[in-house]
Design a protein around this ligand. Sequence first.
Ligand code: SF4
Length: 122
Amino acid sequence: MNKPITCIICPKGCQITVNAETSPWITEGNACARGAAYAIQETADPRRTLTATVAILGAAIPRCPVVTSAPIPKGELLSTMDKLNHLTIHAPVNAGDVLVENFAGEGIHLVATRTLENTHAA
Ligand code: SF4
């Protein structure tokens, strides 16, 4: 039995344990099936959506807010942040633009979450 996972799907915050020694895995402490699915996902392949900023040239501000198009493996968050820190984009960008295709692998793109005009255009 793993240590309890706090379910974040709803405010109730059930403490869920996953028995990974059975087949299929059994959960305890979840008040609903959504919590069981969350705890099993969190045990088997924990993922997080990365929200951050990236350097941008030509805009009124120096960094553009970005997000991954899907959650990435939790163990890859730091290396993905490192990739972001070596990236510079150029204005203009529109919220929703794919800035880098397949940025995190698995077809997960880097997406702008803010529109930034080119304020340096002649
Ligand atoms: S298990 Fe269900 S009821 Fe409990 S916190 Fe998760 S979503 Fe909410």
